[in-house]
Design a protein around this ligand. Structure first.
Ligand code: NAG
Ligand code: NAG
Ligand code: NAG
Ligand code: NAG
Length: 395
């Protein structure tokens, strides 16, 4: 997850190399549109409309409008270095209680998941935890204990990212043992089983530190309720040219949601186990020349908004665009928006791109979508758009 508005270095490495590394052939999106009738989509399955709630931001859990969501994820707890049990500070404890209490009795009801990790967490802790049966067991037991203690409906892993083949095979073991533990716990205590999900990279394989890594598709398929590809952070101010945050299509590279989702399906994870990520934030640049202001224009660093991360929340983007009378462009090719004024440039999603992405998710028969993150929308605008499109696409 983009997390505390911080992008780890490894993302950069990944993005520089992913385009050359995968075995998928790029193709015209239209070649790949499956025929709608060929996709089984049980009408009884409502689908997943999820959002992460960052515990470090401002929005109070009681103000979440549950009409637009089916699942809300608490972001994040971390395993303690050395013990691999979840680390819960007194502040976490207060926030978790506030979160679960506020959401447990809502109408319409939502399910709550406890998410562990995030983009700001240290991948080495997960790598070490997953490396032995004993440490996996301690970790798994701790997640079950904490989830039950506070009344969550499930647990979610956000390890960014497994970095080598060993990590990937340990991840498969972790998923297997976690799933078995959750089934056993439910049986012994005669309770409904905790859900097991994970946030994953936008594509099923990627190159990092010079090697190609593939997620364990078979284990995901067998043991996970679903996984959530993070279909965003495709371009940012770490590059010296402007780009969109979450292109649906990119004819010039493999860094797009179309490519990523297809790579997951091709790897063998069925669409009904995929919940597609959508960003409620954009990424900003400072243009080198205000008169050269399209996608791919030369840039010289971070633009308006959060200067340390180069991100801006959706509601802030709307305020900025209005306040500065910025020029707003909808780019049909990438299905994204960008705006510019003076030397400021922002790439982001708005109503129309969200609508088209949800249609894409429906067309491919995906299980649902999730947002990063609550608190970044403008009066629920994009949450409503996504929910309406999702529910009305095939009544
Ligand atoms: C984990 O939980 C299981 C089931 O309660 C228990 O049998 C096992 O001893 C626990 N393992 C550790 C390392 O705590
Ligand atoms: C952008 O960065 C690349 C490599 O980091 C460099 O080769 C290129 O000259 C830079 N372009 C500009 C316009 O600064
Ligand atoms: C996408 O990946 C394929 C397979 O490695 C590669 O042949 C192709 O050049 C990539 N496409 C782009 C536009 O980088
Ligand atoms: C746009 O800005 C104007 C003045 O700066 C303000 O009066 C108006 O309420 C703003 N509109 C929106 C939709 O924020």
């Amino acid at each position: 997850m983009a997390t505390k508005n911080f992008i780890p270095l490894c993302i950069l490495l990944i993005y520089q190399t992913v385009a050359e590394s995968s075995n998928l052939q790029p193709s015209n999106p239209s070649d790949w549109s499956p025929s709608i009738s060929s996709i089984p989509y049980p009408s009884s399955l409502h689908g997943i409309q999820a959002a992460y709630w960052p515990s470090f931001n401002e929005i109070s859990p009681s103000s979440i409008d549950t009409k637009y969501f089916t699942h809300i994820l608490y972001a994040f707890l971390l395993p303690e270095i050395g013990t691999y049990k979840l680390d819960i500070t007194p502040i976490d404890q207060t926030k978790i209680s506030e979160f679960v209490d506020a959401l447990r009795t809502r109408n319409p009801p939502v399910k709550t998941l406890l998410s562990i990790g995030g983009g700001g967490s240290d991948p080495a802790v997960f790598s070490n935890m997953a490396s032995t049966k004993h440490t996996r067991e301690i970790f798994i037991n701790s997640t079950v204990e904490v989830a039950r203690k506070f009344g969550f409906d499930g647990v979610d892993l956000d390890w960014e990212f497994p970095a080598n083949d060993q990590d990937m095979s340990n991840l498969a073991l972790l998923f297997k043992e976690w799933s078995i533990a959750l089934h056993n716990e439910a049986k012994i205590n005669r309770r409904s089983r905790l859900l097991l999900t994970a946030a994953v990279y936008y594509a099923s394989k990627f190159t990092v530190y010079g090697g190609l890594r593939s997620y364990p598709a078979r284990a995901i398929n067998k043991y996970m309720d679903w996984v959530s590809p993070m279909c965003f952070d495709y371009h940012g101010s770490w590059e010296n040219f402007t780009g969109v945050n979450a292109a649906l299509y990119d004819p010039k590279s493999n860094i797009s949601t179309n490519y990523g989702i297809r790579s997951w399906i091709q790897a063998g994870v069925p669409p009904e186990k995929l919940v597609m990520g959508l960003p409620l934030y954009g990424r900003t640049w400072k243009l080198k020349d205000p008169n050269v202001n399209g996608i791919g224009a030369p840039a010289v660093g971070v633009g308006p908004g959060d200067g340390s991360s180069g991100t801006m929340d959706y509601y802030q983007i709307l305020d900025f665009n209005n306040g500065t009378r910025a020029t707003v462009v909808f780019d049909r090719l990438s299905v994204s928006y960008y705006s510019y004024v003076g030397d400021s440039w922002i790439g982001y999603d708005d109503v129309r791109s969200i609508q088209k992405k949800i249609r894409f998710a429906r067309t491919w028969g995906l299980r649902g979508y999730f947002f990063w993150a609550l608190g970044k929308d403008k009066d629920w605008t994009l949450s409503i758009q996504a929910s309406n499109t999702w529910r009305h696409q095939w009544p």
